[in-house]
Design a protein around this ligand. Structure first.
Ligand SMILES: [Zn+2]
Length: 317
């Protein structure tokens, strides 16, 4: 199926309301069954849509996974949320802010459907996606990569391709590469990264190396992780036991904080490592307690028993 079928469908059916658009899309014979199932099964409008009102409505009216969460941390107020319902999830519901006008609702619906066609969310997952109208309208300037991809598809960009795989900031891709043994040669990734974005390279100053008493592999690791986080929003540090992962990570936090790119780091740790974390953070003059602290230590065992909402609050609060 031509990936640009979707934007053509949208432009051919511009006069339809959100509800009509959804039912027409579901009845469309050309559409693949997988995508037909992904079209939101219903649209629910809520006044003053926010995390609390959303969970309240979900709890009252829909079966949801107890682990239901968001792909990215939601702001206080958003304009739409695409939520998988059923247990396990077998359909989507699109929640819209009731105060929006019809054309804004339509934009958010098209945007949500583009996400589904691109495979950003899939049935069986427990992830929801929120959007703000201003971000969706920003199109290719949207700050989130998924949103830029969804905009590209809606705009009929030939480079936008529906993806069969589930991709959260590249995690799905990294996972399948790991499983298939398709991994970089030693140093190849660091070198490629350095070459591709020379201007982005983050240096660990000699002062910081001395203060944290870093080994060369830690200084280099911290610099690479900081760059990866900037570019990909995700990084995995998997040094062997005893090589100083905690110190390397504390250095990353310090680097990003000094550059004004990180307000606060949430650290999930088992209780027995908490003291170690405190010592390492203190060594780098990173604060841990109270408002405005550089890092927040969270007990991993308590954290995993929280509801998604409590967990979100714990991380952000
Ligand atoms: Zn979006």
């Amino acid at each position: 199926m031509d990936p640009l079928w979707l934007p053509r469908f949208f432009s051919q059916h511009q006069s339809l309301s959100t509800q009509e658009l959804v039912s027409t899309l579901r009845a469309e014979p050309q559409i693949r069954p997988r995508w037909r199932r992904a079209v939101p099964a219903s649209i629910v409008c809520i006044s003053n849509l926010n995390v609390d009102s959303l969970y309240k409505t979900l709890a009252e009216s829909f079966p949801i996974s107890p682990e239901l969460s968001f792909l990215s941390h939601p702001p206080v107020k958003f304009d739409s949320a695409l939520v998988p319902v059923g247990e396990p999830s077998d359909r989507y519901v699109l929640f819209l802010d009731a105060e929006l006008d019809e054309s804004s609702k339509r934009s958010l619906l098209e945007h949500a459907i583009a996400h589904l066609f691109l495979g950003h969310l899939q049935l069986g997952d427990i992830n929801s996606h929120w959007d703000r109208l201003e971000d969706v309208r920003a199109g290719n300037n949207a700050s989130r990569r998924w949103d830029r991809e969804a905009s590209a598809l809606r705009a009929g960009d030939v480079r936008a391709e529906p993806s069969p795989e589930f991709r959260v900031a590249g995690l799905g891709l990294a996972w399948s590469r790991l499983l298939s043994g398709n991994v970089d040669m030693p140093f190849a990734s660091a070198q490629a990264l350095a070459d591709s974005r020379r201007g982005d390279w983050i240096d660990v100053s000699q002062d910081l190396i001395r203060q944290a008493d870093l080994f060369p592999h830690q200084a280099r690791g911290a610099a690479e992780i900081a760059v990866r986080l900037k570019r990909l929003n995700v990084a995995l540090l998997a040094d062997s036991v005893g090589l100083g992962k905690t110190r390397t990570t504390a250095t990353v936090i310090r680097l990003l904080r000094d550059r004004g790119e990180l307000k606060r780091a949430a650290i999930l740790t088992p209780q027995k490592l908490e003291r170690n974390w405190r010592n390492e953070l203190k060594l780098l003059n990173l604060t841990m307690d109270g408002r405005g602290a550089d890092a927040k230590l969270i007990n991993k065992d308590k954290f995993k028993r929280l509801t998604p909402r409590e967990a979100a609050q714990e991380v952000s609060g």
